[in-house]
Ligand binder design. Sequence first.
Ligand SMILES: [Zn+2]
Length: 125
Amino acid sequence: MHEFATAQQIVRTITRVGLQNGAKKITEVHLEIGDLTFLVPEQLKFSFDIASKGTIAEGANIRITHVNAKVFCPKCKYKGVLNLESSGDTLMMELSLSQCPKCGERDLEIIGGHELNIKNIRVET
Ligand SMILES: [Zn+2]
């Protein structure tokens, strides 16, 4: 369950930043999550609730912006979004099978989708 480890990391980061800025409470966290992190938003929210218990981030509202996986074809310079629908093993498989829609090249470079960014937090001071 890698959502839990991720949630703990997020809580650690935002509580540190919050405290440094004199926050009494963190009310909202805005996250940017790439497709290729394989994080399930619902599970991440659930894990966050557990990981933030007893911290200033407890009860914070989580907003998630979804970032599509993007690929770049070194052969024809095609750049595009990789559509991944399922999760887990299936998704890994689709990813390795994916090819350039323009020239059919299979050796695509992944240029987006690994993001896990804390965009901003909203606090009460
Ligand atoms: Zn191509």
